[in-house]
Design a protein around this ligand. Structure first.
Ligand code: IGP
Length: 257
């Protein structure tokens, strides 16, 4: 079984417990849309990531609220919070704390396979959810996409190859993330963004976000040059001495064409 299949199998079990959870019902003030931001200017989606299956522990002791506030003050376009507990050591509580502490859009980063998870993300204050094409049949992707947008969430559809990009376009996704990391093998290459950007319809309605493996502002410049308007960055920011400075530089850098 590859790691993605393993994670999804665990998720199916965990969801049973969510059904019994008390429904969270916090009121969050309206937040702006990530799509509108990225249509106007390039931006960094800065991630809270304590650990991952490929890297093990990254920053287990981090004060996530302080970290999120650093991201916001530096001008991040949005904050991504990993909520998977088993493999990424995050939690829905993390998301809730971050959503309450910042006023920029917040992405719930998890392996969504059910409406229950999407409702729970919204209840905790997410304004965006991730749907991973590699983990969903086309029909499921469509069903979950419709559900999320119907309850007012934005959806980031993550793809890793041409077939998945076709699936994302079939649901008319507006935020499309190209994951530079293969979730089944953990191989990372920014060339993924270059290859798939060549197939991306830059029609002014949707934006391309390059995800994973970005280390330097030159990396940011490279993917902007491919047509990306956003970058999703986790490990680099969690390990950075000054994540704010990294965000500022990566936001301002000129695309390498
Ligand atoms: O830490 P990195 O290499 O900057 O990657 C961030 C983000 O792209 C990555 O966490 C991610 C992208 N897609 C995912 C799906 C599930 C879990 C995690 C991810």
């Amino acid at each position: 079984m590859n790691i993605l299949d393993k994670i999804i199998a665990t998720k199916r079990q965990e969801i049973q417990a969510y059904k019994k959870e008390e429904q969270m019902s916090h009121v969050f003030p309206g937040k702006s849309k990530l799509l509108d931001h990225l249509k106007k200017k390039n931006g960094v989606i800065a991630e809270i990531k304590r650990a991952s299956p490929s890297k093990g522990a990254i920053q287990m002791e981090v004060d996530i609220v302080a970290q999120a506030q650093k991201y916001e003050h530096a001008g991040a376009a949005a904050i991504s919070v990993l909520t998977d507990e088993t493999y990424f050591k995050g939690s829905i509580k993390d998301l809730q704390k971050v959503a309450q502490a910042v006023s920029i859009p917040v992405l719930c980063k998890d392996f969504m396979i059910s409406e229950i998870q999407i409702d729970r993300a919204k209840g905790a204050g997410a304004t965006i959810v991730l749907l991973i094409a590699a983990a969903l049949e086309d029909q499921e992707l469509q069903r979950l996409y419709r559900h999320a947008t119907a309850i007012g969430l934005e959806v980031l559809v993550e793809v890793h190859d041409e077939e998945e990009l076709t699936s994302a376009l079939a649901v008319d996704a507006r935020l499309i993330g190209i994951n530079n990391r293969d979730l089944k093998t953990f191989d990372v290459s920014l060339e993924r963004t270059a290859e798939l950007a060549a197939r991306f319809p830059f029609d002014g309605e949707r934006v391309l976000i390059s995800e994973s493996g970005l280390r330097t502002k030159e990396d940011a410049a490279f993917v902007y040059g491919c047509g990306a308007s956003g970058i999703l960055v986790g490990e680099t920011l969690m390990r950075a001495e000054d994540p704010g400075q990294w965000i500022e530089e990566a936001t301002a850098v000129e695309a390498i064409k």
